[in-house]
Design a protein. Structure first.
Length: 134
């Protein structure tokens, strides 16, 4: 077994997965149970993420600072579709999806540790969520 190989001095190969490979594994495992609209939203949110973060980047290189930069861009750069910046609740949904993919990858042992496990966005004291008319 493993102990014998280690005693004999064999190198244990570690596989480094890319962000795209984590997404594919996540979608394969989870997407089959989703409703069509849920799957569509997840695909759209992931596309927004991979326009900023190269999907061929090794997954273990993603940092909380990368998510900070991405979050700031979503909140300050107007989108081509609407010409407005993304709403804070939508940004939170996008970040949650990325965190879910990484949590899944950690549970499946695709990554050794989850670099964004503790990532949280704290809102200022005066932050008021937008009123959404019903």
């Amino acid at each position: 077994g493993v102990a014998e190989r280690l005693r004999q001095g064999e190198q244990v190969k570690t596989v480094r997965y890319t962000i795209a490979e984590l997404w594919k594994a996540y979608l394969t495992a989870k997407g089959v149970n989703w409703r069509p609209k849920t799957k569509l939203l997840a695909l759209q949110r992931w596309k927004v993420f991979t326009t900023t973060v190269n999907p061929l980047t090794f997954a273990d290189l993603l940092t909380q600072e990368t998510l900070d930069t991405w979050r700031e861009a979503l909140l300050t750069v107007p989108t081509k579709k609407t010409g407005a910046v993304m709403a804070r609740n939508q940004v939170a949904h996008h970040i949650q999806l990325v965190k879910s993919v990484y949590r899944f990858a950690r549970k499946r042992k695709l990554i050794r540790e989850n670099p964004i496990a503790d990532y949280a966005v704290r809102e200022g004291r005066d932050y008021q969520p937008l009123e959404v008319p019903e």
